[in-house]
Structure formats: structure tokens, C-alpha cells
Design a protein around this ligand. Structure first.
Ligand SMILES: *[C@@H]1O[C@H](CO)[C@@H](O)[C@H](O)[C@H]1NC(C)=O
Ligand SMILES: *[C@@H]1O[C@H](CO)[C@@H](O)[C@H](O)[C@H]1NC(C)=O
Ligand SMILES: *[C@@H]1O[C@H](CO)[C@@H](O)[C@H](O)[C@H]1NC(C)=O
Ligand SMILES: *[C@@H]1O[C@H](CO)[C@@H](O)[C@H](O)[C@H]1NC(C)=O
Ligand SMILES: *[C@@H]1O[C@H](CO)[C@@H](O)[C@H](O)[C@H]1NC(C)=O
Length: 328
């Protein structure tokens, strides 16, 4: 008969027993254990696969800034140069742009049918007749006021010159000598000015348009060539007796500002205040609906102030019109 050992078992015996018991348990439950371990492994594999796939997609030529071999280096290998000039329109968004193009300034011009004309609720006789809406020839109207009418009207007359001829060696530079406008909406990012990439005409705002003015300009941006149609819109400048009258007319031109719910848009308005030979003091109203590339659908009552890039302090008054005061 074997010796029976009584008394408490040693630590190692206990640990050994516990281990065996656990091992037996786990062996019986092998399926759920495999599941438990495989979930994170599968998840990791999935992530690795996803990352590779995304990397591969992003690395495809149309998602990458365009590159070109420009020569051979010492080892005879192709020396690649990447840049916007070697990219198409899809690739261009991925390129870094150390010195972006300078675009000529453009006025926001409403569609011909929304431009200001004579109506029952706006009594000024100097506005165009609404028959211009049919022919699509409504002028772009700006309003002027100030303490000195002689000075204000002579400045208004100079606003829309008869334009200069286009110098094909530097098209944008010579275009900037004209007052240009566009119906296109502004974008948040203006590396490519929407006016030149919207299939809409760019307007030359002139005092008088010749009937066959429209022409096409060949423009080149990197490897992209576009034909930009330039047409003419008549610029009309009208004197008003006070800024109060201008406020009223601007407000009535808004859809909710008149009982007929018509749109009668003025391009901009200038108050030359007390300007004279020795000082220029001006307030500007413009429609800020498209500011920052955002479209304000509601009749904004945003108040506050900001400094625009021209050093003009803009006070956002009600009615979605921005009131700017020159602070220089
Ligand atoms: C108005 O401006 C004109 C042109 O600058 C000037 O000749 C005239 O004296 C001014 N009138 C007044 C009342 O200041
Ligand atoms: C416009 O038409 C007139 C006469 O019909 C012509 O003399 C002139 O050269 C034309 N202008 C342009 C820019 O085609
Ligand atoms: C603006 O002022 C002129 C001259 O003072 C006056 O003849 C004209 O009636 C005024 N216009 C309005 C709309 O009040
Ligand atoms: C401002 O521009 C927007 C967009 O074109 C237009 O819907 C709105 O009527 C304009 N506001 C005024 C007061 O003309
Ligand atoms: C500009 O006009 C405003 C409003 O009339 C006036 O308060 C301000 O003193 C003027 N500034 C100058 C420099 O004349």
C-alpha cells in the first residue's frame, strides 16, 4: 500500500493542478478560443489591406501631381519634375503651388433677367426699360452719390472706360485694364478663377457696346488650353441724391423687398461722401451673398466688421449688402 500523504499540498502541486484543469477546460472550448484570437488578427489584416488599397489608389497617375522626365541625371536615369504645368485638371489639385497665377479683378454681374430695370415699385426714370430683358441686353447698373455731384458724376464717367486693346503677350495684365465682370459663382479656392472655367462669357463692362463685340481669347494654364469668350455688357452709372435713396433702391431690388417679389439687382453703389481734390473718402455697397464662396440663401442680417484685403473696413449692414468705409 502506497503511502498516503496527508496535510496541505505544496504550492507547485497546486499550481500544476490548476494549470492542468484550466488547460482541459480550454481544450474543450477550443472553437471559441480560436474565434477569440482570430478576430483581432483578421481586423489587422483588413486594415493592412485597406491601407495598401488606399495608398495604391492615391498613387495612380490621375490622383497625383503630374510629372515629366526633363533630362537624365549622372547615372543615366530619368530625372522627374512634378508640377502643375505637367498636370491635367484632375491632377492639378494635388500639386503644390509656390507662386499662383494672378487673376484680373472681376465684378459679380447678375444674369440679364435679374438686372435692375424700371418697375412699378422703383420710380426712377433713368433705369432702363424692361424690354431689355427680352433681348438680353440689360445694362449693369451702379449707383453713385456724395456731397459734390459734379465730382461724383465725373468719377462715375471714368469708371467704365471704353477699354484698351488686348496685348496677347500678357493677356491677363492687359485685361485688368478693363472693368471685367462675370456671372459665375465664386469658389472657396480660387487657384483657377471660376469666371474662366465656367463655360460662361467674361464681360467687359463698357460705356457703350458695339453690336459685334464678342470674341474668343486663347488662354493657357499649364498644359490646359481654354478658349474664353469675352463679350460686352453696358455699364450704367446713375446719380442718386442721398445714401438713403440708394439704401431704399437696393432694398427694393431684393426679392423680399418689394410686393411683386421681383429681383432688380444693382451691381454696386458708391457714396463719395465729402471727397474733393485733397481727399478720397468713399463708402461702397456690394452684394456679399457669394462671399467666401458660400451661397447665402437667406436674407442676411449679419452685423460685424472685418478688414478686406484692400484695406477697406467693411461694416456688414442688414439686407445682405455690405457697407464698406475706407479707413486710409
Ligand atoms: C465739386 O467738384 C468740382 C470738381 O472737382 C469742383 O470744381 C467744385 O468746386 C466742387 N464743388 C464744391 C461745392 O465743392
Ligand atoms: C463689327 O462690325 C463692323 C461693321 O459691321 C466692322 O467694321 C467691324 O470691324 C466689326 N468689328 C469686329 C470686332 O468684328
Ligand atoms: C434730386 O435733387 C435734384 C436737385 O436738387 C432734384 O431736382 C430731384 O428732384 C431730386 N430727386 C429726387 C428723387 O428727390
Ligand atoms: C445678391 O445676390 C444673390 C445671388 O445672386 C441674389 O439672389 C440676391 O437677390 C442679391 N441681393 C440683392 C439685394 O440684390
Ligand atoms: C468720411 O466721411 C465720413 C462720413 O461722412 C466722415 O464721418 C469722416 O469724417 C470722413 N473722413 C474724412 C477723412 O473726411
Amino acid at each position: 500500500m502506497a503511502d498516503l500523504v496527508h496535510g496541505p499540498a505544496s504550492f507547485s502541486t497546486q499550481a500544476n493542478a490548476l494549470l492542468r484543469k484550466n488547460f482541459t477546460f480550454q481544450k474543450r472550448d477550443i472553437k471559441s478560443n480560436i474565434r477569440l484570437i482570430s478576430v483581432p488578427i483578421i481586423l489587422c489584416l483588413l486594415l493592412v489591406f485597406l491601407q495598401n488599397w488606399v495608398n495604391k489608389e492615391l498613387d495612380k497617375p490621375w490622383n497625383r501631381c503630374g510629372c515629366k522626365c526633363v533630362g537624365k541625371n549622372d547615372e543615366g536615369k530619368c530625372e522627374e519634375v512634378c508640377g502643375i504645368e505637367y498636370s491635367d485638371l484632375n491632377q492639378a489639385v494635388s500639386c503644390s503651388i509656390p507662386s499662383p497665377l494672378e487673376w484680373p479683378p472681376l465684378l459679380q454681374i447678375p444674369e440679364s433677367t435679374y438686372r435692375a430695370v424700371q418697375t412699378d415699385f422703383i420710380s426712377y426714370g433713368d433705369l432702363p426699360d424692361d424690354s431689355c430683358k427680352i433681348s438680353g441686353s440689360c445694362p449693369a447698373t451702379i449707383l453713385l452719390t456724395g456731397t459734390n455731384k459734379t465730382l461724383g458724376e465725373s468719377m462715375g464717367g471714368n469708371l467704365f472706360s471704353s477699354g484698351s486693346t488686348v496685348d496677347y503677350s500678357d493677356i491677363f495684365y492687359s485685361l485688368a485694364y478693363n472693368v471685367l465682370g462675370s456671372e459665375s459663382q465664386t469658389k472657396y479656392m480660387n487657384f483657377l478663377e471660376a469666371a474662366f472655367f465656367s463655360n460662361q462669357a467674361v464681360y467687359n463692362v463698357w460705356l457703350q457696346c458695339s453690336p459685334n463685340f464678342t470674341f474668343s481669347l486663347p488662354l493657357e494654364f499649364g498644359s490646359v488650353a481654354v478658349q474664353q469668350e469675352i463679350s460686352c455688357v453696358k455699364g450704367l452709372h446713375l446719380w442718386r441724391n442721398s445714401s438713403h435713396e440708394i439704401n431704399d433702391e437696393l432694398h427694393k431690388g431684393y426679392r423680399n423687398g418689394n410686393p411683386e417679389r421681383k429681383i432688380n439687382e444693382i451691381i454696386a453703389a458708391y457714396d463719395f461722401l465729402n471727397s474733393n481734390r485733397n481727399g478720397f473718402n468713399v463708402s461702397i455697397w456690394y452684394n456679399s451673398s457669394y462671399k467666401n464662396g458660400k451661397r447665402q440663401s437667406t436674407f442676411g442680417f449679419d452685423k460685424g466688421s472685418s478688414l478686406s484685403e484692400f484695406g477697406i473696413k467693411c461694416l456688414h449692414s442688414g439686407f445682405a449688402w455690405t457697407f464698406c468705409k475706407n479707413v486710409v
